[in-house]
Write a protein that binds this ligand. Structure first.
Ligand code: FEO
Length: 410
């Protein structure tokens, strides 16, 4: 792969990571992921913005691309660490061992993390919001954007070109053959939007209030390009991804989209028996429905659907006096990811004793969900259960439509 030219003296060097591994050790990558670093070469000094971890040859790949620019690693003066997570710093110890004079710039909060993760203290400089670094023809300005993704995170803005190096923020899962938004074909574009939403839900959603805060801090900058460390570079329409992130962040307070996610587990089919009635009713109501069965579907995809949905329908049986374990995992992920302020109902079967609902209720409370009802039954569902689930599904659809319409008019 070749380096990509963003502007004079500004280049993306990147690695395409395949589909075998899990991101953060948990999230599947059916479409892979990109690790992007950036070189800014001024007339006096050269900076490398964000590193990579040694993942599927990524270090070799970006080193080769930097060399292709006529730059040797020992000619880099500054390493700017926008974020400490090891996908962007994993090769730091090795790099500093080889090139001890390389100066690291990061936030004050990142300094002890550089020591804790890599035992590095020498040549580490803390920078704050508004500080600048003059490379000659490129003046970089730093902006602390805590909790997008970790508390120490910042962004770097090139005041001469208007390029914002945003690290995790405005990132996406997925591999793309082209560097820029205006180069993608329709198929790649669809992949990008889907993988941006899944990346946001999986990685960033817990920090949605910080995303909103961070975006408002950027309002004073004239952003001509958004260059994240995962995904493509937004050149033609950088405001599109900022608006998308702002919308996704707002879903935490509800409502999200006019959509419903049905997620269910079933042991012997007695809980699943109600699913066709729910699907048919919601189809009749004309509302978009995402259906996931767990544990067959990974939490990553369930979470992406749930984050976009204003309504959640949870189907699960009682298992040994408690919730069915794979569904407990899903609800735990929902709680960690702040899937708050949704309308919900639950249905499910039990064998000889209930118990799932008792464990479900604290999640409803903690996440600020409005529970429209519960349909719980011993063994197989009866005629009344089918009627009740049809009525609840219709009620859910009209309630979501009304909630979203009210929000649109506000
Ligand atoms: Fe891409 Fe939070 O690291």
């Amino acid at each position: 792969m070749k380096p990509d030219v963003l502007a004079q003296g500004v280049y993306r060097v990147h690695a395409q990571i395949g589909t075998r591994d899990l991101f953060e050790g948990i999230w599947p990558l059916p479409n892979g992921v990109l690790l992007n670093s950036y070189i800014v070469k001024g007339t006096q000094k050269t900076a490398l913005i964000d590193l990579v971890k040694d993942w599927e040859g990524a270090v070799h790949e970006i080193t080769t691309q930097i060399n292709a620019l006529g730059i040797q690693i020992n000619q880099i003066d500054y390493l700017i660490l926008n974020h400490m997570e090891p996908d962007h710093t994993g090769s730091l110890a090795d790099l500093k061992r080889k090139y001890p004079n390389l100066e690291i710039l990061c936030t004050k909060k990142a300094v002890p993390m550089v020591k804790a993760f890599y035992d590095i203290e020498a040549n580490v400089r803390a920078v704050s919001s508004g500080d600048t670094l003059d490379l000659g023809g490129h003046v970089l300005r730093f902006e602390e954007t805590p909790n997008i993704h970790w508390p120490e995170t910042m962004m770097t803005y090139d005041m001469n070109t208007g390029i914002l190096f945003s690290c995790d923020a405005f990132g996406s899962f997925g591999r793309y053959e082209h560097c820029f938004d205006d180069e993608l074909d329709e198929k790649e574009w669809d992949l990008l939007i889907g993988e941006t939403v899944r990346y946001y839900a999986n990685i960033v959603s817990s920090f949605s209030q910080f995303v909103k805060r961070g975006i408002s801090k950027l309002a004073s900058l004239d952003i001509k390009m958004v260059a994240p460390s995962h995904g493509i570079v937004w050149r033609k329409n950088p405001s599109q991804v900022i608006t998308l992130y702002n919308d996704l962040a707002s879903y935490m307070d509800g409502p999200a989209k006019k959509e419903i996610t049905l997620v269910y587990s079933s042991m012997y089919g007695n809980t699943a028996a109600l699913v066709p009635t729910i699907v048919k009713t919601l189809e009749k109501e004309g509302i978009t429905l995402h259906v996931h069965e767990v544990p067959r579907d990974h939490a990553s995809f369930v979470l992406a659907s749930a984050w976009q949905s204003s309504g959640l329908i949870i189907g699960m049986p009682t298992y040994e006096y408690k919730m069915f374990p794979p569904m407990y995992h899903i609800l735990d992920i929902f709680e960690r990811s702040h899937v708050k302020n949704r309308k919900v109902f639950r249905f499910g079967s039990f064998g000889w004793s209930g118990g799932a609902q008792k464990q479900f209720d604290p999640f409803v409370q903690a996440l600020g969900w409005e529970c429209l009802g519960v349909v719980e039954y011993q063994g197989a569902p009866k005629e009344d259960d089918y009627k009740r689930i049809e009525q609840l599904s219709a009620q859910m659809a009209s309630s979501i439509m009304q909630w979203c319409s009210e929000e649109e008019h506000n």
